[in-house]
Ligand binder design. Structure first.
Ligand SMILES: CCCC/C=C/CC(=O)SCCNC(=O)CCNC(=O)[C@H](O)C(C)(C)COP(=O)(O)OP(=O)(O)OC[C@H]1O[C@@H](n2cnc3c(N)ncnc32)[C@H](O)[C@@H]1OP(=O)(O)O
Length: 392
């Protein structure tokens, strides 16, 4: 079948499977008994079915059963043995149609193929990215394609600094991705930065209740945000397209895989900002890279190159910037074809025993940071940045 975009859709009934299922329906042979009022529709459905995208075994069995019923009538062949799994499944499907009249079976076959064709038409077209973009996000571009949900931070002019709105939108996007039919989820950044971390202007928006209330709501937001990463059920991959700062670095310890461009750097300047570690990094970083290397990053704000971050286990693999996107997305597309349930379960087995501990650490880090935000050290550092006296 040619899709409405004029693109030929791959055949879903491979020869091997067709042989093993012995589905004569797909040989474009129509028996005389089926040649009645809806013969033309039936023939056209038989042609169409060969060009559909793979509708899955359940539907293929339905099609098989309806074809047999339409052309041969009720099933009266001997039931295959229990170990002849494929033929038994086919026999069961046909037998389940009981005494359904041939004409009704033929009509049902035509209706089923017609339904499959229209859904295949709409899903087989290559849509431009603007069309695939999920609506409702202002600070992100969220797309789902090839079983991959991609969450892209989209404030390139501000180096993808994370505003309160961006934290909330990332939480929403993760919650949606955890329930959609994608196999893996990716977080990445648009432009030259992955992310410059917390948007320091978040500190300027003080509510009438005062600065304490601001720190309190910031700590709740931080805790909720990090909890979403701790609990995310599917493989989560960071595609670090450029420099990463602050919270965009610390949460990497909660990802399953981190791919980085060789242009990326990893920097957590908490002491410079009068702040303290978050994103569970006080636990994950010493575990990943050892306490001495973790202290250099988290206490002294040492900036790591991508190669250093990889050597210390924070990054899975580094790619040359010139081929970064191509190589990483080729790899991810291949991974996304692996059985999704197996991947989820493997992630659970790897991560679940740490979950409770991570939630407790997140709560504690958020509580400490809430106090830090009220300190003179933090206020001065933020003021310095916002009045352009200091750049990290
Ligand atoms: C509620 C949860 C709280 C969780 C807490 C998390 C802690 C952290 O994440 S700590 C890390 C905070 N981040 C920083 O301190 C980075 C600050 N930014 C910089 O030092 C520099 O901007 C840069 C090194 C990232 C980039 O420098 P560069 O010279 O290349 O570009 P700029 O001209 O400085 O930036 C362009 C544009 O973007 C604005 N911007 C960049 N980062 C931030 C940021 N983190 N917060 C607010 N705004 C940021 C920058 O001001 C420029 O804006 P204008 O063009 O309007 O001047």
């Amino acid at each position: 079948m040619a899709g409405s975009a004029g693109r030929v859709v791959r055949r879903w009934y491979p020869n091997v499977l067709r042989r093993s299922l012995q589905v004569p329906a797909l040989q474009l042979h129509v028996s005389k008994t089926a040649m009645r009022a809806s013969q033309k529709d039936f023939e056209s459905a038989l042609s169409q079915v060969k060009l559909l995208k793979d509708p899955g075994n359940e539907v293929k069995l339905k099609l098989y059963a309806l074809y047999k019923q339409a052309t041969e009538g009720p099933c009266n062949t001997p039931k295959p043995g229990v170990f002849d799994l494929i033929n038994k499944a086919k026999w069961d499907a046909w037998n389940a149609l009981g005494s359904l009249p041939k004409e009704t079976a033929r009509q049902n076959y035509v209706d089923l193929v017609s339904g499959l064709s229209s859904s295949s038409d709409s899903s087989s077209q290559v849509k431009p990215e603007a069309d695939r973009k999920q609506p409702g996000y202002e600070t992100l571009v969220v797309t789902s394609e090839d079983s991959i949900t991609k969450i892209m931070m989209n404030r390139p002019a501000k180096k993808n600094a994370m505003t309160t709105q961006m934290y909330n939108e990332i939480m929403l996007a993760l919650k949606a991705a955890s329930k959609d039919d994608s196999a893996i989820t990716v977080l990445t950044g648009n432009g030259d930065y992955y992310s410059s971390g917390n948007d320091l202007s978040n500190f300027t928006d003080i509510p009438p209740e005062g600065i304490e209330e601001k720190a309190k709501s910031g700590a709740i937001l931080l805790r909720d945000f990090v909890d979403c990463f701790i609990d995310f059920p599917k493989p989560l991959i960071a595609v670090v397209n450029g420099p990463a700062v602050g919270i965009s670095v610390t949460i990497l310890g909660l990802f399953d895989t981190v791919y980085a461009s060789n242009r990326a750097t990893f920097h957590t300047p908490f002491s410079h900002l009068g702040q303290s570690p978050e994103g569970c990094s006080s636990y994950t970083f010493p575990k990943i890279m050892g306490p001495a290397k973790a202290a250099e990053m988290l206490i002294f704000g040492k900036k790591l190159t991508a190669a250093e971050a990889c050597a210390q286990g924070l990054v899975t693999e580094v790619f040359p910037d010139s081929t970064f996107q191509k190589e990483v997305w080729t790899r991810l597309k291949a991974y996304s074809k692996l059985p999704p349930n197996a991947m989820r379960i493997s992630k659970q087995v790897i991560r679940n025993r740490e979950k409770e501990k991570l939630h407790a650490i997140n709560a504690e880090e958020s509580r400490v940071l809430q106090e830090r935000w009220l300190s003179d050290e933090c206020t001065n550092a933020v003021m310095n940045f916002l009045t352009r006296k200091a750049k990290l």
